[in-house]
Design a protein around this ligand. Structure first.
Ligand SMILES: Cc1ncc(COP(=O)(O)O)c(C=O)c1O
Length: 438
């Protein structure tokens, strides 16, 4: 069905598409970015050194409350080097053609973007996916505990804060400490989100031994690209800076004792980030207002917004999401690349709502498909609160339960969350969602 056909449905009559697309989360420029980019070009500092890089490293370290921030080409490169650093710390330096995690399992967030956990494979490790909890849609501490029962030798955890909502880090850190495990924290989506640890408010990006953020174009602030490794360890910061610039030694010629990468941030990208940093808090306030308007506008529907722990966290509200109550789910099936659903009175489904949103020229998105369901990782272990999440169904047992990650993917969706969306535009998005349930 195309957009025009969709809007012919009597439920949507009279709702007009937006002339200009309303995005899920697009860059918001303020003008100062241009100044710092121009300055870099004017002074010819357009490579991977320069004042913009120095400044954004200083300002982000100060904002987040860590000693060192290392500017990198993207969040993925930050996560790769963070994961490699953890692997080297745990298992020693690897030969150049091998990863540091070869022969080792790593416990990983399951409902996240694949860039969080692909670095485990880059380093030849094996990801074991940990199921999600319903309170914050992040790694379940209970499932993590179960995973340590099944795989007591594991010493590394990679955990993300989905959609800018901090996970249950107090519990996860306690479990990690009890098992002598290190944490790679993926705060790519959560820059500016706060968490109360031991009664003290801290920023996400300071909660693991190896912490990463992203300035991808869709993030809360952007450099068009870019990422950072955050740490209190000078030794780790120096190592990441070295690895990111092809692992050059202090010699007059190109001399290499370790494998290297071309992962350093450019001074042009850093200029864009430098112009964005003053607007981080403003973006968070706008995103929070969007989340709250959705909560109010959808309150009479059989749906809930993406949850967060109001006592222990303050998200950055990067993406607003909703989840449909089970008994209001209309039939919907998803294949590998396509989907099919049926409309039912008083009910709806994520794909129907996403089609309705697309029909008015706005952008939503399914919940990130869990890693344990991805074809590439289908043979990796997956652990729920009940133990292994693999091979649980049985021809002789009726109705075996669905795991939490798969359930949130099935019933949830990400809503247009662009901080330039006006209240009137958001009202129209809310109206079309309400009409899906008519
Ligand atoms: C959770 C998460 N981790 C990692 C990344 C990767 O960051 P980048 O795109 O900067 O490489 C992203 C987003 O892009 C992300 O959402």
């Amino acid at each position: 069905m195309n957009a025009n056909d969709f809007l012919k449905d009597p439920r949507f009559k009279g709702i007009e598409p937006f002339e200009k697309k309303v995005w899920l989360a697009s860059p918001t420029m303020h003008g100062e970015e241009q100044k710092w980019v121009d300055e870099a070009i004017r002074t010819n500092w357009v490579s991977t050194v320069g004042e913009n890089i120095n400044e954004v490293e200083r300002q982000i370290a100060e904002y987040v409350g860590c000693s060192y921030a290392v500017g990198l080409s993207c969040g993925t490169s930050a996560l790769h080097l963070a994961t490699k650093l953890a692997g080297e710390k745990l298992y020693g330096q690897a030969r150049p053609e091998r990863g540091t995690l070869q022969g080792h399992k790593v416990f990983c967030s399951d409902v996240t973007f694949d860039a969080s956990i692909n670095p485990v494979a880059y380093e030849d490790g094996e990801a074991v996916f940990i199921d999600t909890e319903y309170d914050t849609w992040n790694m379940s501490p209970e499932a993590l505990e179960k995973a340590f029962e099944l795989y007591p030798d594991v010493r590394l955890i990679v955990t993300a804060h989905l959609y800018g909502t901090p996970g249950k880090m107090e519990e996860i850190k306690k479990i990690a400490d009890a098992h002598g495990a290190l944490i790679v924290e993926d705060a790519a989506e959560s820059l500016g989100a706060k968490y109360r640890l031991g009664g003290k408010w801290v920023e996400t990006g300071t909660l693991g031994q190896y912490n990463c953020i992203s300035f991808n174009g869709n993030k809360i602030i952007t450099g068009s690209a870019g990422g950072m490794f955050l740490t209190d360890s000078k030794e780790d910061a120096d190592k990441v800076r070295k690895w990111s610039t092809q692992s050059r030694e202090a010699a007059p010629w190109y001399q290499h004792e370790e494998i290297g990468y071309n992962y350093r941030m450019s001074n042009i990208i850093a200029g864009v980030i430098r112009g964005q940093i003053p607007y981080l808090e403003e973006h968070i306030a706008q995103k929070r207002a969007i989340w709250e308007r959705y909560e109010a506008g959808l309150k009479d529907l059989p749906v809930k917004m993406n949850p967060w722990d109001r006592e222990k966290s303050s998200p950055n509200f990067w993406l607003s999401c909703m989840i449909i109550d089970e008994d209001a789910m209309a039939p919907m099936v998803r294949g590998e690349q396509d989907y099919l659903y049926r409309s039912q009175s008083g009910k709806s489904s994520p794909q129907e709502i996403l089609d309705a949103i697309a029909a008015i020229n706005a952008e939503g998105r399914p919940i990130w498909k869990p890693m344990h369901m991805q074809p590439i990782y289908r043979s990796n272990a997956f652990v729920t609160t009940e133990g292994s999440g693999r091979g649980r169904s049985n021809a002789y047992i009726a109705g075996s339960g669905i795991d939490v990650g798969a359930d949130i993917f099935r019933r949830g969706l990400c809503l247009p969350s662009d901080n330039k969306m006006t209240a009137e535009q958001q009202d129209r998005v809310i109206e079309i969602i309400c009409n899906c349930f008519r």
